[in-house]
Design a protein around this ligand. Structure first.
Ligand code: NAD
Ligand code: UFG
Length: 334
């Protein structure tokens, strides 16, 4: 049985490919390489001893999608399920270029669903985000909370795609869809071969700390120490990317045996402050991280963490790694 991973050469897609190959699935990576490199395929092969098929293509392009489904079928290994990672994800960029974000993320999801149906493929796992909980809900976030009210176009695309998927599943009872709401993915594969490779100066905490640790940036700017949290800095639910990957494997097994739609949090259920992440990095690596307190970053909320109960009860999945493990693995990556 083959599984299509759109955005499969990206950060989360590549780690998920490793877990799927290790579990015995045939994997097709479909990516336009707008934010990743084809050499990721060699690295996945190095780690697993199996080479996934790579197809360069765009999820907004109907022909590219139709071809990938048709080719798999003609080779006697039709695509049974899709994990849809492909999309743009930079919050700040989405504020500057909203149309580009709505176009790529929304059109990609709609084209994909259309082509899946034509190919009689009914099973979809979608990369959603904790950002859909917006500013009004109070953590821990549970899946039954009202979602929306996101502060940026990127977050809005995740909210809107979840709504599109809900409507599609209501209209078509053959569909089986799981929207996975990721909390804060960090870390890297322990081999040091796969990791997040942000272009330019990183926006997110962990890649920024890595660059300070490697001497590429002089210091970390901590955005605010006057939040109502344990030490005044923002608290997040940091989840190791390998845990996230095994969460996809569990969701895939669930979706292949069910119909309808579920939204499921993938988080650890624990909140960690910025200063606690800095300490964990120092402890895991022995490298001192210089930092300075700066004003709050606009759009940030004080606390975000998951209620991870639904993933445990429905998928039998819980996170295995902690923040220190993720710091150690991030520091290993080239
Ligand atoms: P990533 O940028 O590393 O991977 C996304 C991949 O999609 C890239 O390889 C890119 O080349 C590809 N892509 C983009 N547009 C495409 C298109 N039109 N056609 C084909 N390929 C295309 O990002 P990631 O961190 O691996 O994120 C994967 C998914 O998870 C994204 O949808 C993202 O929004 C979501 N997500 C990420 C985070 C996070 O913090 N990393 C948090 C919540 C949700
Ligand atoms: N932070 C700093 N300094 C930095 C970067 C971040 O102090 O240089 C702080 C932030 O203020 C926040 C915490 O570190 O308190 C985490 O910030 P990130 O930018 O790493 O992550 P966010 O929680 O802001 O956003 C992430 C993803 C979004 C996603 C959101 C919810 O980047 O795509 O989680 O899932 F929408």
């Amino acid at each position: 049985m083959s599984i299509l991973l759109t955005g499969g050469t990206g950060y989360i897609g590549s780690h998920t490919a490793v877990e799927l190959l290790n579990a015995g699935f045939d994997v097709i990576l479909f990516d336009n390489l707008s934010n990743s490199e084809e050499e990721v395929v060699d690295k996945i092969e190095k780690i697993t001893g199996k080479r996934p098929l790579f197809v360069k293509g765009d999820v907004c392009n109907q022909k590219d999608l139709a071809n990938v489904f048709a080719d798999a079928k003609n080779q006697g290994n039709p695509i049974e399920a899709v994990i849809h990672f492909a999309g743009y994800k930079a919050v700040g960029e989405s504020v500057e270029k909203p149309l580009m974000y709505y176009d790529n993320n929304l059109v990609g999801a709609i084209r994909l669903l259309e082509e899946m149906k034509k190919a009689n493929c009914n099973c979809l796992i979608f990369s959603s985000s904790a950002t859909v909980y917006g500013e009004e809900n109070i953590a821990p976030f549970t899946e039954d909370m009202k979602i929306g009210g996101c502060t940026n176009p990127y977050g809005q695309t995740k909210f809107m795609i979840e709504q599109i998927l809900k409507d599609a599943a209501f209209a078509d009872k053959e569909l089986s869809i799981v929207a996975l709401r990721y909390f804060n993915p960090i870390g890297a594969h322990s081999s040091g071969l796969l990791s997040e490779q942000p272009k330019g100066i990183p926006n997110n905490l962990m890649p920024y700390i890595v660059q300070v640790a490697k001497g590429k940036l002089p210091q970390l700017n901590v955005f605010g120490n006057d939040y109502p949290t344990k030490d005044g800095t923002g608290e997040r639910d940091y989840i190791h990317v390998v845990d996230l990957a095994t969460g996809h494997l569990a969701a895939l097994k669930y979706a292949l045996n069910h119909k309808g739609i579920e939204a499921i949090n993938l988080g650890t259920g624990k909140a960690t402050s910025v200063l606690e992440v800095v300490s964990a990095y120092e402890k895991a690596t022995g490298i001192k991280i210089k930092y300075e307190i700066k004003p709050r970053r606009p759009g940030d909320i004080a606390v975000s963490y998951a209620d991870a109960g639904k993933a445990k009860s429905l998928l039998g999945w819980t996170a295995q790694y902690n923040v220190e493990d993720a710091c150690r693995d991030s520091n290993k990556a080239k």
